[in-house]
Design a protein around this ligand. Structure first.
Ligand code: ZN
Length: 462
């Protein structure tokens, strides 16, 4: 296929992704049942579907093959149960192959003739169900490549040995608090051509992985018409990780980590970037020729490290034991699950002190401002509906951001309101600073400038 034709297809897919994706696939954390329902409804004339084995809690793990070409690519997701973005992209890929408009026939025939792709979505289904990184035995599967203690690890190793892919895509999510060290930007995708040994040797397979990473980065940057912050993971050898082991076994292994897009709560952009990475891999692996400048290009990807917070409040004055001092407050919001499909965020002060070298997705300048506990509403309320009927903006002006509720059946849905709900007998204790709920007061005028409730900030307009 001509280069231009490939580019044209890619562009069309990128611009029309909303019409090409699986519309059922809208929840950020697809359940195991959802995945199975999707796999079992795949057309058996297009996909070869195989049960590979069972997880600790006896959930089936599937392998799904597409294409008949000579280039073998293996892609797997969710070794870490709470890292679901790539699973959604794989489901979109299945959907696209099976339901694409006619105009993509040539593209899909091309992929099918060039490649054989083996997908293992949700390698850790028990972790996915329990929203944990580890499997049901609390084992981190990506540190189990040597001992193969967990059945899920055995399955991954067995299927890899059997298939012997030329390319492997090991798909994860990374902490949203990572950023590019040199540019200070957040990271949307990051990559790693894992090291095959302690010396981080540039083996043939690793060179292959580097070329593929460069291709994905180059194409995504060209496609999106906007700068996509992408970075590179540290390549220190980890002998217990699957990526490093498979690289040592001559598969060009690429680690793809979904990062964070500020404001994209449902990770729709990351889902799309993962999908594009899969398509680019299928389209360009027949045309990858490692050259010396590839290594340089790869090394130019910015290194990443964890230096973000959700919110940083800078230069705030705090009172502690009658003494005043100035500090920055770094707030993070942690996801807390309530049952299988509902979650909320818990905001807390993660670090306090000098955060001048660190960044917040949002930042508040609190110079000449004092951090104070919020005031509590003078009447107790009966239920959530009553809380919802309160005019929180008016309350915020009076520095009120906590409300006492009469019942013990306190539900965390309350946190969607910018008011902190307390049980009737509990008083707001400012020392806790957790959940991160406080007010920021102008020390000269005495006016409340911001209210932070459970880690989310609200400007207060006088
Ligand atoms: Zn992971």
């Amino acid at each position: 296929m001509e280069k231009d034709t490939k580019e044209k297809f890619l562009k069309t897919i990128c611009n029309n992704f909303l019409n090409l994706q699986d519309t059922d696939n809208y929840f950020r954390f697809p359940s195991y049942d959802f995945l199975i329902q999707k796999i079992t409804s795949l057309d058996k004339n297009i996909f070869r579907i195989e049960k590979l084995g069972k997880s600790v809690e006896l959930r089936d793990i599937y392998g799904i093959k597409f294409g008949k070409g000579p280039i073998k690519i293996m892609a797997w997701s969710q070794m870490h149960g709470d890292e679901p973005t790539a699973t959604r992209a794989i489901l979109d890929f299945f959907y696209f192959i099976q339901n694409h408009p006619e105009e993509f026939d040539d593209l899909i025939n091309y992929i099918s003739q060039k490649c054989t792709i083996l997908f293992v979505p949700m390698v850790n289904p028990d972790g996915a169900e329990h929203h944990t990184r580890e499997n049901a035995w609390d084992i981190d599967l990506n540190r189990d490549a040597l001992r193969l203690t967990a059945p899920e690890s055995k399955i991954l190793k067995m299927v890899f040995d059997d298939f012997q892919p030329e390319y492997s895509l090991n798909m994860h999510n990374q902490s949203k608090y990572y950023g590019c060290e040199s540019t200070g930007e957040h990271v949307e995708l990051s990559f790693l051509a894992t090291a095959p040994d302690k010396e981080r040797s540039l083996t043939v397979s690793r060179k292959r992985a580097i070329s593929l990473i460069n291709k994905i980065v180059e194409k995504i940057n060209a496609l999106e018409n906007q700068h996509i912050p992408m970075g590179k993971y540290d390549d220190k050898f980890e002998p217990r990780a699957f990526g490093d082991n498979f690289q040592a076994e001559n598969s060009g292994l690429v680690l793809i980590e979904s990062g964070y897009v500020p404001g994209d709560e449902n990770e729709e952009k990351l889902r799309k970037l993962n999908f594009l990475s899969l398509i680019i891999t299928c389209l360009y692996t027949d045309d990858l020729d490692y050259k010396k400048k590839d290594l340089q290009k790869y090394n130019e990807l910015p290194a990443i490290s964890e230096f973000y917070f959700d919110v940083i409040v800078r230069n705030a004055t705090l009172n502690q034991d009658g003494k005043q001092f100035i500090a920055d407050l770094g707030i993070k919001r942690e996801l807390v699950w309530q049952g299988k499909s509902k979650y909320y965020y818990f905001g807390f002060i993660s670090e306090l002190g000098d955060l001048s070298t660190l960044k917040g997705f949002d930042e508040i300048d609190a110079t000449n401002c004092i951090i104070k506990p919020v005031n509590t509403y003078n009447k107790s309320v009966q239920n959530i509906d009553e809380v919802k009927s309160l005019n929180y903006k008016e309350l915020h002006k009076k520095g009120i951001a906590s409300v006492k509720m009469d019942r013990l059946s306190l539900t965390k849905e309350s946190t969607s309101m910018p008011l902190n709900i307390l049980p009737i007998h509990e008083d707001w204790s400012p020392e806790k600073l957790s959940p991160a709920t406080f007010l920021i007061e102008d020390s000269i005028s005495g006016e409340t400038k911001f209210i932070i409730v459970n880690g989310v900030y609200f400007p207060v307009n006088p």
